[in-house]
Design a protein around this ligand. Sequence first.
Ligand code: C2E
Ligand code: MG
Ligand code: MG
Length: 510
Amino acid sequence: RFAKNPLVTGEPHIRFYAGAPLRTRDGFALGRLCIIDDKPRHVVSASEQAALRDLAAMVMAHIEMRQMVGYLAPVTWLSNRFRLLEDIETLINENAGVGVERALVVIDSVAPEQYQDLVSTLGHAFVDTFTLGAVALIQAHLPEGTKLYQVSVARYAYVCVIGDKAAFERSVDSLRLMLRQPRHCQDIPIVPRARIGSAQFCDNIKPAVQLLRAATSATHNPSRSKFGGFWYDEKSDLVHQRAFQLLTDLPAALAAGEQLSLLYQPKIELATRACVGAEALLRWDHPELGRISPGEFIPLAERTTLMPLLTEWVLRQGIRQLDSWRRASINIQLAINISMLDLERSDFTSIVATQLKVFDVEPSLLDLEVTESALAIDIATASRRLQELRQIGVDIAIDDFGTGQSALSYLKYIPATVVKIDQLFIHSLCEERSDQCMVRSTIDLAHDLGFRVVAEGIESAEAFSWLLRNGCDVGQGFWISEPLSAHDFQEWFNREGRSTEISALPAERC
Ligand code: C2E
Ligand code: MG
Ligand code: MG
């Protein structure tokens, strides 16, 4: 049967072969343990056969033990992250003083978000098959003998000597392009959003974990399309490191509470100038990094389970503030910003109701602001939850209105009471005719549908007076007041907030 086999006709001139299958406990054949010789042997005794089978069993026991102690990734049977880190440490130690430049290359065969989408739409079995296809492509691309590791579900890595840097970059770039080609898996065409990042190392540098983090962070490089743009870059990594630090420190800030505070920005009725409400705006004074803007840390928190806790903290503080305002005869509404993640919680309405009850605060004094783009994520869930909140008597405002890409018709389905026109349109109101048209028609449309209209970002007397003339109900912005601490807000309110007089307004300039 093997007479014409190239290993028999040519090197190594096999004349004898005996093999025992290597099977996992569940019967999956991984390969064979074989003994070959260049001299024929005609008899294999029963004890020799038994010895070969024993050896195969020992190999399997070893493989299974290695897997058990956590060095092999299931499905692909590639060495995993722990093995990679150990191998890098060994390389660094062995290379001390030799100075060979190496690269650790990290490959996302699909972006993590896409992986989640594929799992939820097509299931794990499909994704496993798809993943094995990517592994085969990567292995076929790599120089022979290069070991491929699986770092996490759809993330692989290898280490190689850089040698000619330009040639290395060409090779990695072509691997990236190849992995991004559309592929069919079980007849379903998929366009993989594959990404590659790489970090260079020699014999000195960081521990292996940091090297892996550096190469992984480079998969996010913005200049991915640029040739060789997959290298780790300290500057763009600083952004990731800062995000990482903020996310690591946020739980402690939340638990202790004193690094977080709320500022209150007044909202006034344009016609009377009386303060009718305030918006609670969260601030975080980080002990090392100073004041962090919510524009930076809220989107980070929204990617974690911290967001609902943060909202609960703001709700508690805000409702407590309403209670102390009532004692100081400040009877205004407080707006609190919430995120789509809050609306996804089935217990959110009862959390709000409980907090209101704890401080015995009228639900109508609370206004929850949710951005238009958050609503667009899952309009059915959002509108169900908002309906519940309306039923307990809380007001709902659509924040940053006009910036989302949603069709206006969705307004019909959102049980909101207030539309807040985004500041983008208000800032250039007096310069841009198109903004005037947008704002005027938004005010009319919102009024026709029964919403109150708030304009945010009023920075000038001209904008204020234009909005007043065009029927906007309420305004908020630096021209009225910046966000203030609780103490300063109370002083501002007593000085200006109770006014019901219309002071002189600028002539019609816009
Ligand atoms: P937002 O809810 O649209 O809040 C208005 C933002 O515009 C605030 O920025 C406010 O300080 C700023 N602002 C107010 N008037 C003017 C003006 O006349 N000119 C200009 N240029 N800006 C003005 P801030 O406090 O940095 O908050 C940014 C965003 O962070 C908020 O936008 C809101 O989406 C989010 N945020 C703030 N606090 C919270 C919170 O407690 N929870 C949640 N989920 N999000 C929050
Ligand atoms: Mg807001
Ligand atoms: Mg806004």
